[in-house]
Design a protein around this ligand. Sequence first.
Ligand code: NAD
Length: 255
Amino acid sequence: MVSMRLLDKVAVITGAGRGIGKAIALKFSEEGAKVIVSDIELSYANGVAEKLKEIGREALAIKADVSQQQEVKLMFKQIERQFGRVDILVNNAGIRRDIPFHKMSGEEWDSVIAVQLRGSFNCAQAAQRYMVRQNYGKIVNLSSPIPAALGNRAQTSYSAANAGVEAFTKTLAVELGRHNINVNCIAPDFIDTEMTRNTARRAGMYLTDLKRFALAQIPLRRMGTPEDIANVVLFLACDESSFISGQVICVRGGP
Ligand code: NAD
């Protein structure tokens, strides 16, 4: 019998209502984790949690905007009441607001930093309390290669936020290492999700154009799937990778 790699681990995944986060939630469930499906959109989160329960796994949907520290604190209180511990945090929630730099308002700049970077801070700070107490934890952050393959011309805020997430990852790994907490980062690119399709739409491209772009530009000659990313997150969330920390792994079908 194949043993489950995350059996009974309590895993919090932000932005898990669709796309990459949803694929991570499914993968973790298949590997035996109890999954907290967190998203700013409760209906998305509920849909994913129901799916996990259908395959016989424990799951809890929670609505939380990661950029709001109070909402994040309340979410972790609820998790503590129900599960008593937190083993894994995946900071996956993120938004893009592609706006040419000269037109970008301060508020638009802040909104991207608030979700991607401040959101990662809010969740990691809440989660580490449990992880330090347990002397065990895995934090996986999601960033994006800089510059991204597509539509990077109007992504100054997104690039800055992601560079911040990568620096945050490395420094947090140094700070939390003595508590047996691994902190790593995955930088995916060109994954077939709503976020990529929206970016393409704004750039005036259709899915067929996107696929043609992928065939021409990506060494492995295809777009990535959410499952491609979930597989690497799983590796970083389980004990097979227990001597890897502070690393950024690009998952984009090429260097
Ligand atoms: P997506 O837009 O398809 O899904 C993101 C999810 O996050 C949605 O369910 C959304 O409701 C949720 N969310 C948005 N704001 C939130 C907030 N404030 N609080 C909580 N949840 C929130 O995106 P995706 O393509 O699945 O991307 C997931 C992560 O991967 C993001 O951090 C993104 O920057 C990163 N990424 C994706 C790609 C790609 O090619 N798709 C490339 C590079 C990086």
